[in-house]
Write a protein that binds this ligand. Structure first.
Ligand code: ARG
Length: 446
């Protein structure tokens, strides 16, 4: 018997086989549990429209549950001459159940199967990312509140500018993650639409009940137009990659700040020694390798949307094998992002901040605007006050008043961390991940 679902009487050249499969079997292992869940929903629908009978459905569901368990226990493999996960699952059902296994593919193509698998995978992985983002967010808010009043020089052009605080610094990255979560939420909306039933990209003459599989899989809605459902391949991944890139950009910037602030020339923070690395020649070194690799990984993640754009650019509508290649960098990207979020959360929680930065007179000038403002409050026109302070600085007569408390919203004295937390948590709640968990539990517990 031929090992390809599509092989008839001529066997494919073995080099072509190797070339066209590449890393795809490995990638498909990421999708395996979702392929099984998708098949469960598809055959339940097939039974409802008379393409399977109840006994056939029950036998198939029971066997798919076995395969699902094998996947969870790490026992599932895609055999060397089996093309992909979709073929492997069908082959296992056919081996175990005979002709019944051959019935599951009615009204379906591997094109909508892989679209579905990818969407189910993305939905779960976005949830994992959101949870990891939440942990880092919480750590940042904790540190922001803890060091709310510890002043830190603010910079423009990397020149000392105005007083800032550790409260503002940590809190800024927390609020940045809130905006990233909004982007992730939008990407989730795009993902959360059922492509199953689009088949090869042009639908099917079977009376498929797409609304039913939409509900069974816990999707909010379906991708309505079957041609567009297929066009969503690559586009959906790019949109999700853009959201991952947005989170990565926040973490990358934080990592750069942390590397810079921990350098002896700044000395604003100290990294926990067990989170630093040494040098083979310089015995004093405590290097911020973790943040450096975080920065590089964050940059790699930001390249991902561009890579996907380049793979898909100028492809006409309809399925093309080009799309397969997206999986190689896209599927592992979620775990890479989660890793950097977890590591950053640990680093941030362990950071020691320098509470005596202001004792160093090189930061005195950051109080110049405070002095101008004090004169202005007492009646001197702002421009005159600005000139006076400028001349005092030049003639060495500037002695700053370092008691400062900005009270307006979002400032040193009023960080608005509770507002930021409310914003973040309301976005997080809006994902409603429990919808799809409930649907998956129903499919798995029949
Ligand atoms: N491995 C393929 C992919 O990721 C699965 C779909 C195959 N479809 C096809 N028409 N050859 O795109």
């Amino acid at each position: 018997m031929s090992s390809k679902l599509w092989e008839k009487n001529i066997s494919v050249n073995s080099d072509v086989e190797t070339y066209t499969v590449g890393l795809d079997r490995e990638m498909d292992l990421y999708l395996a549990p979702y392929d099984v869940l998708g098949s469960m929903a598809h055959i339940t629908m097939l039974e409802s429209i008379g393409l399977l009978d109840k006994t056939e459905l029950d036998a198939l569901i029971a066997e798919l549950q076995n395969i699902y368990e094998e996947i969870q226990n790490g026992k599932f493999i895609i055999e060397p001459d089996v093309e992909d996960v979709h073929s492997q699952v069908e082959l296992m059902l056919t081996r175990r159940l005979g002709d019944i296994g051959k019935k599951i593919h009615s009204g379906r193509s591997r094109n909508d199967q892989v679209l579905l698998d990818l969407k189910l995978f993305m939905r779960s992985k976005i949830e994992e990312v959101a949870i990891a983002v939440k942990r880092l967010f919480d750590a940042l808010i904790r540190q922001s509140n803890r060091y709310a009043d510890v002043l830190l020089p603010g910079y423009t052009h990397l020149q000392v500018a105005m007083p800032s605080s550790f409260g503002l610094w940590f809190g800024a990255y927390a609020e940045s993650l809130s905006d990233d979560l909004t982007v992730l939420r939008s990407a989730y909306t795009v993902v959360d639409r059922n492509p199953l039933g689009s088949a090869a990209g042009y639908g099917s003459s079977f009376p498929l009940n797409r609304a039913m599989t939409t509900t069974l899989l816990g999707f909010s809605t379906m991708a309505y137009n079957v041609v567009y459902a297929q066009m969503g391949r690559g586009k959906t991944e790019r949109i999700v990659a853009q959201a991952l890139a947005s989170v990565a950009a926040t973490v990358g910037k934080l990592a750069f700040d942390a590397c810079m602030f921990s350098s002896q020339n700044f000395g604003f923070i100290k990294l926990a020694p067990e989170y630093t690395t040494g040098s083979s020649i310089m015995p004093h070194k405590k290097n911020p390798d973790v943040f450096e690799l975080t920065r590089a990984k964050a940059n790699k993640l930001q390249a991902l949307p561009y890579e996907i754009t380049l793979i898909t650019n100028n492809l006409p509508s309809g399925y093309f094998r080009d799309l397969q290649l997206i999986k190689e960098s896209f599927l592992p990207a979620f775990d890479m992002l989660i890793d950097i979020l977890v590591m950053t959360e640990r680093m941030i929680s362990e950071i020691e901040v320098n509470k005596n930065i202001l004792e160093d007179s090189r930061y005195d000038y950051m109080f110049s605007v405070e002095e101008v403002n004090r004169l202005a409050v007492n009646g001197m026109p702002f421009r005159d006050a600005y000139k006076k302070v400028g001349l005092d600085i030049e003639s060495g007569n500037f002695s700053p008043n370092k008691d400062i408390c900005h009270t307006h919203a979002g400032s040193i004295g009023n960080l608005c961390n509770e507002d930021i937390e409310n914003l973040f948590n309301s976005i997080l709640d809006s994902f409603n991940f429990s919808n799809y968990h409930a649907a998956f539990n129903n499919l798995l517990s029949r």
